[in-house]
Write a protein that binds this ligand. Sequence first.
Ligand code: C2E
Ligand code: CA
Ligand code: CA
Length: 727
Amino acid sequence: MLLSIAMLSIFGIISHKRGSEHRRTVEALNESEQRFHAIFDNAAIGIAKVSTDGQFQEINKEFCRIIGYTREEVLSQKLGFQHITFPDDLETCWDLAKKLLAGVVQSGSVEKRYVRKDGTVVWVELSVCLLNSSMGLPLCFITSVCDITERKQAEEDTKLSDLLFQNGTEAMTITDGDGAVLKINPAFTKLTGYTADEVIGKNPKILQSGRHDRAFYQKMWQAINTTGRWQGEIWNKRKNGEIYAEWLSINTIFNQDGSVHRRVALFTDISEKKKSEELIWNQANFDFLTQLPNRRMFHDRLELEIKKAYRAQLSLALLFIDLDRFKEVNDTLGHDKGDMLLKEASLRLCACVREIDTVARLGGDEFTVIVGGLNDLSNVERIAQEILKKLAVAFQLAEEFVHVSGSIGITFYPKDGTEVEELLKNADQAMYDAKRHGRNRYSYFTPDMKKAVQMQMHLVNELRTALAEHQFRVYYQPIVELATGSVRTAEALVRWQHPTRGLVSPAEFMPVAEQCGLIVDIGDWVFREAVSQAARWRISQCTEFKISVNKSPVQFQSQGSNHSAWFAHLANLGMTAQSIVMEITQGLLLDASPALSDQLLEFRNAGMQISIDDFGAGCSTPVFSNQIKIDFIKIDQSFVRGLTAESTDSVICEAIISMAHKLGIKVVAEGVETEEQRDLLLKAGCDFGQGYLFAKPVPVEEFEALLCQEGGHSYLKRCSLGKFNLE
Ligand code: C2E
Ligand code: CA
Ligand code: CA
């Protein structure tokens, strides 16, 4: 401002020079002008002389620096302030110019922006006055500008920080070096319920929930005092008394002397997050249906119990409980009822043990119980008995009453094993042992079980390669028509030609193959072999020749079994299903589900005959299906073995034969070893016989040799009419 006044006077002098004192005046003027230029050029503020229409007429160095143009550029390009003013600020500038020109104001000032030559924007504080001629006519504007970009930036930053502080979702407090609250933001009030009036000047301790002990705060302050900062989870209390979890971070701003200037605390409510974390944790560790610990949690608990037992030099017991026939409940009554049963069973299990013991559900109908801190292993027996007793009580599922039982396997730490997986495996094996021995009982793990399982695993591995390496053979055993001695059917019986062990009986490997599902592939292979063989014998021996093929229930249940492939194989060889008899077990008919009946019907409808194998064995009531017509029943060897004229077995055989005939079913007697047996069976009306008396199961070539043998051979003598023929 001072400068503009100085200039005013200088310009005034120039315009008012008088003739008489011309020389002196000119000298003085020159001197003055030099002085002026020195001041003008070196002034710390930007100065410009601007015509009334806005064009720059003179600018000083600082002005040039501010706008980023050289003096020459500005003057030669005849730049006006309108060319370099930030567009948004132009109107204000023109307004001020107009007011000055109209004499409304003598001078004015604005904060405005210039766009520099390089395009950047610079903030200035501008003061302007209008210079008039002696006649009072407007001559020019004298403008002085100060670069205030930095100040503006700082103001902007403060504004932004304030915005952040006011609108941030994180609660904030600023405290002084003594811990008194200086400032809080709205988020703080929202979170804690305290207004500024209620907390300013107070210590943030008012938020303490009482959930943390002294040690917690000591540790926190130790960190703050040494590093200036701390962050972590903390439980605090709202004004309404509600306790909540927050994530808090505290930072310190120090004075130059190292003393504390301010502490800034930022925190967010993480109660919801904690809740959902808890939910996720629960879902990950507990079984949704029964609320019991799940497999994962069971693992953790068992690990913990093992450690405890180790330290205390005590034992622990692990019980593996599997519900017997639970699948039947699920299949027949539906999953809802199945779920009800599982829930009830879990309650019963919990009632059998102490609070400190763990009952877990591993999945399905498998439960485990960990009984820790055992002095006396026999205590577990009582628990196992109690569990069996409780599970044996009828379950009421809505209007239905259901009976299930449990099979329990028991193993001990450290006697049987020291690792989680090992103990679990032991208990599982012992449970299977309980199942094998008739269910509704418990078995203790023994090292033999481990050996048996290892052997079984070995067998499974060997079986896998056996198929690929063509180690299976099919042997054939004739089924002889007792009245005529003719043979039109042979049973296909698989053998395993083991590379080192020699011929292995199916009785040894079939149960394992069934368990591991390999029976499906083996069964497929036997079926194909049998069909091919039937095709050959139909040409070489007898056009009606049939082969009886055993089919395990597992093959029916397996999703991998592919019946259409069987039919395709028959068709490929130009064979009909009539060339095959399918031997199934009674148990299969007993459990027949609609899907299974459909499969059987499909075979039946294609012309395949159905035979019930091992009839009478292990089943108290004979099962027949109205839906599926049965062609043969095979009286189990156990009845034939004890067959003498006076034996009960002969009564049973007669009864079976007469019942079967009434139902239009033909009867095959299995395991016929003596002529007496054969004669008694024949007398009882039995249609066919199969057994060592006629022939053992033999390879194809031997079988063919048998068929070719002529009268007089010892073999033929054993047949009913002294001959053994094909027609
Ligand atoms: P199975 O179906 O009851 O077969 C009859 C079994 O009795 C055969 O045992 C046979 O060799 C034997 N046997 C025949 N005549 C006599 C006799 O006079 N006295 C005695 N003591 N036994 C006799 P094998 O061949 O050891 O087969 C055992 C079981 O393995 C079969 O019992 C059958 O259930 C199963 N099996 C065999 N091959 C297959 C197959 O390809 N598929 C399926 N699923 N099971 C098969
Ligand atoms: Ca059979
Ligand atoms: Ca049989």
